[in-house]
Design a protein around this ligand. Structure first.
Ligand code: ATR
Length: 272
């Protein structure tokens, strides 16, 4: 029988997950279906339980349900527990297990697809929301030397910087206090979604080898244009991260790792 999967969100029409998983299933010969489900606000848990009762084997979760997804799980793996949010659930022997593959997708895209060695690097992370929280643990695991989290609301950045405790060198900063010396600059804010950009001082870009926009499909965002203006070695958007987190979910559910390169190539929107 065809195994059933879905992505839950509200709104959900914009999600590319069904196309990604259809491509992976075709590539690996897995017999599965994958649909979009728009859960009502306040009705996420009921919708998930109904899906599982109807035979659902796993699901992705997007805005605004990632925190609720982690909370309803019987077990949250480290990636989800540390950031208090899940983007993927799997039904294992009737129990709901939560993971968050956003951060690992980001790290795989940077380290494997873009070929940037993360060991010993200094990272500036703009933003302290869910996307920033998810990226911390995988970046520390990958061996970065330091992460500086800059946010307009510095108290929020300080709270996020404390999440990993003594496991990494992570500190919070005001944007205005940033100095040069970063190897990587990551935009985890939602600013690009409205055509805005985080107020990173130009000097913080100087000498960086990569500026990475976690949003995707927006072309050269104001953040990436600014990075280019300050001669950052390379700019990239989050299309690879999107595909890699989906591949992680697929591998977790189906035990087979799909080839991401052709799918990334298909979805890439040129940055010029
Ligand atoms: P998500 O879960 O997508 O990360 P979020 O938790 O609402 O969303 O967090 C959004 C992040 O984008 C926050 O760090 C927010 O900064 P503040 O906490 O200071 O508000 C940041 N953000 C959104 N728009 C921004 C803008 N125009 N400039 C700078 N930061 C912005």
């Amino acid at each position: 029988m065809t195994d059933r999967y879905a992505v839950f969100g509200n709104p959900i029409a914009q999600s590319k997950s069904p196309e990604l998983h259809a491509a992976f299933a075709a590539q690996t010969g897995e017999d599965m279906s994958y649909e979009r489900i728009e859960a009502p606000l306040g009705g996420f848990e009921a919708a998930v339980r109904a899906f599982i009762a109807a035979g659902g084997k796993g699901l992705n979760v997007t805005v605004p349900f990632k925190v609720e997804a982690e909370a309803l799980a019987d077990e949250a793996r480290d990636s989800a527990a540390i950031c208090g949010a899940a983007n993927c659930l799997k039904i294992e022997d009737g129990r709901i297990v939560a993971e968050n593959f956003d951060g690992v997708g980001l790290v795989r895209d940077i380290a494997v697809n873009l070929g940037v060695d993360l060991k010993g690097k200094r990272v500036l992370m703009a933003g302290a929301g869910g996307a920033a929280r998810g990226a911390l643990e995988p970046l520390i695991e990958a061996g970065v030397a330091e992460i500086v989290i800059a946010n307009r609301d510095v108290a929020k950045a300080e709270a996020v910087a404390r999440l990993l405790g003594p496991r990494g060198s992570i500190r919070a900063s005001r944007y205005e206090a940033l100095e040069p010396g970063f190897d990587l600059v990551l935009n985890t804010t939602s600013a690009s979604l409205s055509g805005a950009e985080p107020p990173i001082p130009g000097k913080a870009f100087v000498g960086a080898e990569l500026a990475y926009e976690l949003a995707y499909g927006k072309g050269k965002t104001p953040f990436l244009a600014r990075a280019e203006h300050y001669h950052v070695g390379r700019i990239a958007d989050g299309v690879g991260m999107l595909v890699e987190q989906a591949a992680e979910a697929f591998a977790w559910w189906r035990g087979k790792r799909p080839d991401t390169a052709p799918v990334i190539a298909q979805l890439t929107v040129p940055l010029d």
